[in-house]
Design a protein around this ligand. Sequence first.
Ligand SMILES: Nc1ncnc2c1ncn2[C@@H]1O[C@H](COP(=O)(O)OP(=O)(O)OP(=O)(O)O)[C@@H](O)[C@H]1O
Ligand SMILES: [Mg+2]
Length: 323
Amino acid sequence: MTKTIIQTENMCFTYPDGTDALHKINIEIKEGERVAIVGSNGAGKSTLFAHFNGINQPTSGLIKIDGKPAVYEKEKLMQIRQKVGIVFQNPDDQLFAPTVIEDVAFGPMNLGLSDDEVDERVEEALKMVGMSGLEKRAPHHLSGGQKKRVAIAGILAMRPEIMVLDEPTTGLDPKGVDQVMEILYRLNREDMSIIIASHDVEMVTQFADKIFVLHDGQIIGQGTPEEIFNDYETLKKAHLKPPKSAELLHLLKSNGVKCEVKLTVEEAYHEILHAIGVESFHKVLHLVKSQLHHRLLHELGEENYHKMLHVLEEEQRNNIPKT
Ligand SMILES: Nc1ncnc2c1ncn2[C@@H]1O[C@H](COP(=O)(O)OP(=O)(O)OP(=O)(O)O)[C@@H](O)[C@H]1O
Ligand SMILES: [Mg+2]
């Protein structure tokens, strides 16, 4: 049976100023899972994450890490932090050394590893995040996206069993997002559990196999991406939106088209094609261009809109038999 690596029981947390940030959180995360916590600003995601490596201590209730209730003594905390690596939402909270190389080396050096081992880990981690060559730069002189990558490298170099990333893709360009996602997939294939918090529903949909919806300090939904993004009531309550392709299919479905709501563009494309048949596909393309043009352009941005049109037209040329 798969091991449970993080489990909370009625965990509550109140900040010293009296802000009730978490209320009776009951979650279970298993080894090797890819988990996403979604929720709007102020929902409690970062507060929850700070419990996963003992920065925050529950005001009441319990958190178990690797089957054991967290103990908040210096030595035990060190053990927890070796197991659970957290990449903070804001890299400025994480980066402090005068150079990139010293920053990334700090964690592994504190593990008491040999110099050679530290060097090897630092080099590997910087390569993974595409930051080789910037070793001597000062972290506070880097761009936002570069800082994020260095912060991720610092945790990677610790080789934790569980990686927790708070908004890992915010501020990254599309290539940076792909690189980070690729790293996370690679680590996950090696059985590392990955927990992320994000507002990026498109990314969450592709990445997570389990989602928790956090709202106002409470878990109000949990399930697979399909379950969560088909539960419009919960999404609305949490002030979240489903991915654009799901919204489009939902609209078609509620207007009488026989289809299921799919989450990725690729799946949605096939679902639409299947549901409406080849002939109508031409009509939809016409509809997209003539009537939904402004809305989609606004929602997707010019580049994505043209990409989408291009894909649809290519598919039309290549795959759809002439009727
Ligand atoms: N140090 C603090 N002292 C008091 N209240 C805090 C503190 N940090 C956060 N809070 C409050 O706790 C609640 C949860 O905040 P948290 O930062 O966990 O939200 P979040 O889901 O991470 O939001 P975001 O999407 O903006 O990052 C909010 O009401 C916030 O104002
Ligand atoms: Mg946050």
